[in-house]
Design a protein around this ligand. Sequence first.
Ligand SMILES: [Zn+2]
Length: 92
Amino acid sequence: MPVATKVDCPECDQPLIRKPGGQCPNCGTDVREHVLRARLREKRIEQVVAIVSTILVLGVSLFAGGCTIVEGVLAYAVAGFVMYQLARKTFF
Ligand SMILES: [Zn+2]
């Protein structure tokens, strides 16, 4: 289980660090389904990021094949920036 996973209670917005009996320790709401969905969403995001970065790396490699070192580095920087923006939009 990744340590960074942070799931908030859907009812009281308290971070669910402990989930005794699958319930929110603060308000007692059943959070099992909510936690499951949050985990699935996180997995999907990871997959999308992996796919997009693979495509970007492949694209940049092909593109950079006909470029000088400087242009290749520039292309890589652009790809990194796009990835960063995408990740930011997906996560926040
Ligand atoms: Zn709660």
